[in-house]
Design a protein around this ligand. Sequence first.
Ligand code: GLU
Length: 303
Amino acid sequence: MDYQAVLDEVAAAVAPQVGRGQVARYIPALAAVDPGRFGIALAAVDGTVVGTGDWEVPFSIQSISKAFSLALVLAQDGESIWRRVGREPSGNPFNSLVQLEHENGIPRNPFINAGALVVTDRLQSMTGDASTTMLDFLRAESGNPELSFDAAVAASETEHGDRNAALAHFMASYGNLDNPVPTVLEHYFWQCSIEMSCRDLALAGGFLARHGLAADGSRLLSRREAKRINAVMLTCGTYDAAGDFAYRVGLPGKSGVGGGIVAVIPGRCTLCVWSPGLDARGNSVAGVAALDHFTTITGWSVF
Ligand code: GLU
């Protein structure tokens, strides 16, 4: 397979869609991003890394961080997190409060904001510094020691973070947070603010294609745990459009409102696509179209 030729074909096919949709505006620092950007990278399990377009331009990973925080908690703490967070699709927007009340402060899954706050709370208890733990992990897995937080994005989210604060306080009232709400929010926002390129993210998500093996060949997750993260990405990783994403793309994927999507073909490769224009559910318009085209022309999906 000539990966470079495939990615170039995908980029050409989706060019008319780049710039469609809306950049995320509820975090003011993200609203300034150029909607005309598009990049895609592929990191194969044999070590090949290719990309096209803006594949080496850093962007805000936002909710893609939720897949990494879950991996870090499962790796070090095993299955106990599932007592505090479910693993069913929510069918509601990622920052919805409604379901939490019906379900007594137990978030439906780790990829809605409430669920990620619980996972971050656990990572904070385990490490004493959840956001730096994640940054160190991402630097090691991507092989890029230059990765950093974007302080302006983190500050912007903190300033406009009433919804996330409400979710956190609500869960605290049910006893589902161990750390103080401001601590959990701070680390959650810093994690979301990490800047990475498609290349960095395709490499950092490589352990999900390698059935749990870290970049240095050591075992980060058991095969079973890696399968579980991929399964939750498939069913819950693209907001309340996970059904449509599975229908069109047929891969585990995790999106973020920065316009990035990481998708995994277990045993073969990890892909990352970025284009900031989002559809009504918060997924990158050109990004989903690119992954759809990729799996169509290669025939590679989990189905
Ligand atoms: N930091 C964003 C928030 O909490 C993440 C949203 C996302 O990418 O889904 O609202």
